[in-house]
Design a protein around this ligand. Sequence first.
Ligand SMILES: [Zn+2]
Length: 240
Amino acid sequence: MADASKGTIVVVSAHAADFVWRAGGAIALYHDMGYKVRVLCLTFGERGESARLWKQGKTLEEIKAIRREEAEKAADILGAEVRFFDAGDYPLEVTAELRDGLVQEFRQHRPEFILTHSLVDPYNADHPRTTQLVLESRILAQAHGYPSAYDVIGAPAVFLFEPHQSEQCNFQVQVLLDITPVFERKRRAMECMAAQEHLWAYYTDLAKRRGVQAGRNAGGTVVYAEAYQRVYPYVGGVFV
Ligand SMILES: [Zn+2]
């Protein structure tokens, strides 16, 4: 159960499965710490990330329904609630309505921090577009003059999750999150994504590699980890 004193984490996923591969561990960890975790899927990944279903001859509506069900199952395993915007992918078009929807989400749910995609991705235009949308919506949610029934938000940190090809995306590993205690759930959540079975092993191997690096950087043993990049600097009275 979410502990109201702990607050909310918001994860913005361009497509229905992105949050599972890239932030499934963080979601499960924060759920277990008592936070409410809210996943916002802007699309179902129906056109761009469902090749197997298209090859099986499914219709667009069938594919959307299948991807929704998979994402709901995965979110349930991880302990998140999920909202689908059904904004249409490949290409994801950022409309005023979609942008306002995110601003109102941030205002209403007041995230402690936000997780989303990398700033750059030459293989996927929807991902960095989502990141830009998240950053802009966060700025608007801070603006006193922006029309809303809810109060302005403070300055939630934004962490970018690891893209598929990190080097080409200029992704910098700045946080290694130890997800060892929840990795078994992340794996089960990944296995809900039957349309992308080829990624289960890939993201298990990546978590192991990041785990080894986490152990090396922390001087201890970490088995599985997820990498994140900060957008804004850490602020505090001590070095960490
Ligand atoms: Zn995606």
